[in-house]
Write a protein that binds this ligand. Structure first.
Ligand SMILES: [Mg+2]
Length: 230
């Protein structure tokens, strides 16, 4: 039994900057600044983005902590506005629809999520591209922990509860588009499959030594086999 834990942005879907625009508006509304233009969001949890971006702007840890809930609430509201209507261009990435179906139907693979998104943001982004969040049997989110490398243990624990058996870390397979997705698997001995549909190419991802690397997720059989073999 493998637990396939999919990242969202750059892995399942591409929101064309909607998440960043929403967060920058929320940060501006609560802290008065959108954060550094060059600060990268990919591979990070939403709380980590708030903390690191505002640390760059000179806010103390206490100041950031005291406004964290407010900025995250504002972010989700901004995200809903940003993704309203049909002009935002958010789309599933190649092969994802077929792969999610195939994983769901596979007797030995459980469909799950592991994402830096808050659970509310994750569910909204998925619904916008027509994916029912309820399909994912297990999930670990940025709202569960600020540090991404803590999320695999949370996913493993939840999988063990949901499935009623002890799930080994080595049976948790993280599928993501950044070096952080691969790195977060390592502390507990989970596995990682990288996909170059975000900002990192195949060469950069291969350098992180995941169990497999794909240019995209369009070869359903090959990805399924990589999950089983991971
Ligand atoms: Mg990602």
């Amino acid at each position: 039994m493998k637990i396939a834990l999919f990242d969202i942005d750059g892995t399942i879907l591409w929101s064309r900057g909607a998440g960043r625009r929403s967060m920058e508006r929320a940060l501006t509304g609560i802290f008065g600044t959108p954060g550094p233009a060059g600060y990268r969001y990919d591979g990070k949890t939403d709380k980590q983005i708030v903390r690191e971006a505002m640390q760059h702007e000179g806010f103390s840890g206490a100041e950031i902590d005291s406004r964290m809930d407010a900025v995250l609430d504002r972010y989700v509201r901004e995200l809903v506005i940003e993704l309203a209507g049909d002009q935002h261009g958010t789309a599933l990435l190649p092969g994802v629809a077929a792969l999610l179906d195939a994983v769901e139907q596979h007797d030995d693979i459980v469909l799950g999520l592991l994402t830096g998104n808050l659970v509310r943001g994750a569910e909204h982004k998925l619904r916008v591209v027509g994916v029912d969040p309820g399909r994912f049997v297990v999930g670990a989110f940025g709202s569960d922990h600020e540090v991404r490398s803590e999320l695999p243990a949370i996913a493993r624990q939840r999988a063990s509860v949901v499935l009623g058996r002890d799930i080994a870390a080595a049976d948790c397979v993280i599928i993501g588009d950044t070096p952080n997705d691969v790195a977060c698997s390592r502390p507990i001995g989970a596995r990682a499959i990288a996909v170059a549909t975000g900002h990192y190419d195949v060469t950069a991802l291969a350098a992180c030594c995941p169990e497999a690397v794909f240019a995209d997720l369009s070869n359903t059989d090959a990805v399924l086999q990589a999950i089983i073999d991971a």
